[in-house]
Write a protein that binds this ligand. Structure first.
Ligand code: PGA
Length: 276
């Protein structure tokens, strides 16, 4: 099955509303007519409404960076899947390593106070993903190992556990419609990309885990992105790997020129890969 690559920009905590609208205008100019790939932008929550309006009539989709699992209620500061749908989101990033703890505990490898503030667990990732799907959103579920885990040779085991726990309670059909992002923690925002062959290998293993859980059809349909220091310079190499169905991009998604070039390079490599 030909899976359509998804290139998604995770803007993290960047862009005021005017800056966000300007970036979207630049992206539309460069990418609105591009075919063969799907494109999404995930602005901070404060810019979702303005970006949604600025994307009117564009094939570029809107995504959020996180979601809570309840529909509504006394949850100060949180945003529900219903609200994301209401504002025009199609995607939502869930379980990014910048928000995750590990196995129900704060991840000791994170520095500073961040780990006490956030601390998504495999359980909360699962709840968020189920709630997102129940409301018609497509979750982009992130999984990745730390440098210590890689050093101990635990990469495949860590990814497998994260994926298995994220998928509790999903039907095979639902699994096939999800998006995963393999994001080695040590490659995020560091400029140190995971070797594309190695990313391809890990993603192949991730797909095998999905095959065991959801069956052949789900494994064939599910899209698995790579994320971590993807730029316009390495996007083609990443996308020429057979298992990699796109990229989740942080830093290089913040400038229209750069993300435009990145997406075009990825689209070209994807077309060459599929022999078009
Ligand atoms: P980066 O971030 O592209 O800046 O490495 C990727 C991500 O965190 O999704």
């Amino acid at each position: 099955m030909a899976r359509i690559p998804l290139l998604a920009g995770n803007w993290k905590m960047h862009k005021t509303v005017p800056e966000a609208v300007e970036l979207v205008a630049g992206l539309r100019e460069r990418l609105d007519k591009l075919t063969g790939v799907e494109i999404a932008v995930c602005p901070p929550a404060t810019a979702l409404g303005a970006v949604s309006a600025a994307l009117e009539g564009s094939a570029i989709a809107l995504g959020a960076q996180d979601v809570f699992w309840e529909k509504q209620g006394a949850f100060t500061g949180l945003i529900s899947p219903l609200m994301l749908v209401d504002i025009g989101c199609r995607f939502v990033v869930i379980g990014h390593s910048e928000r995750r703890g590990r196995f129900g505990q704060a991840d000791p490898t994170y520095t500073g106070d961040m780990r006490r503030v956030f601390g998504d667990t495999d359980d909360s990732v699962n709840r968020k993903a189920l709630a997102a799907v129940a409301h018609g959103l497509t979750p982009i579920i992130c999984a990745g190992e730390t440098i210590e885990e890689r050093g101990r040779g635990e990469t495949d085991a860590v990814i497998e556990i994260q994926v298995r726990l994220a998928l509790r309670g999903f039907t095979s059909d639902q699994v096939g419609r999800l998006v995963f992002a393999y994001e080695p923690v040590w490659a995020i925002g560091t400029g140190e990309i995971c070797e594309p062959e190695e990313a391809n290998r890990v993603i192949g293993r991730l797909r095998q885990t999905i095959r065991e859980i959801g069956g052949e059809r789900a494994a064939d349909a599910v899209r698995i992105q790579y994320g971590g220091s993807v730029s316009e310079k390495n996007a083609a190499e990443v996308m020429s790997q057979p298992e990699i169905d796109g990229a989740l991009v942080g830093g290089a998604s913040l400038k229209a020129d750069q993300f435009g070039e990145l997406v075009r390079a990825a689209a070209q490599a994807a077309a060459a890969r599929s022999g078009k």
